[in-house]
Design a protein around this ligand. Structure first.
Ligand code: SF4
Ligand code: SF4
Length: 93
């Protein structure tokens, strides 16, 4: 069953994967990590973060006519899972 709410566990890995997000290239400090990611693994500009970082806003602006919010959350959660797997594979190498 898709979630009622988007389940972000604040792992911070999407904010360390900017090489894969051309729209956030200006925020890449050079190694794929966002300049706005704090030492506590949280976004330092959360309340004014870019649109693409805001799941709710992205849904309302661009995806609400294509899928339900639950489906959109599920797609995002699958991406989170993929990012975690990619990082886990990298750390095992
Ligand atoms: S990868 Fe997913 S779970 Fe981790 S911080 Fe990003 S949105 Fe949250
Ligand atoms: S702006 Fe914030 S939410 Fe967006 S990638 Fe950077 S640290 Fe993550």
């Amino acid at each position: 069953m898709p979630s009622e709410h988007f389940k972000c566990d604040c792992c911070g890995l999407c904010c360390r994967s900017l090489k894969k997000v051309p729209a956030l290239a200006d925020f890449d400090r050079g190694d794929g990590v966002c300049v706005n990611l704090g030492d506590d693994n949280l976004c330092k500009v959360y309340n004014s973060r870019p649109e693409i970082c805001n799941v709710e806003l992205m849904y309302e602006r661009f995806f609400s006519s294509y899928c339900s919010k639950k489906e959109f959350y599920k797609i995002n959660e699958e991406q989170c899972k993929k990012i975690k797997e990619d990082f886990s594979e990298k750390s095992e190498r």
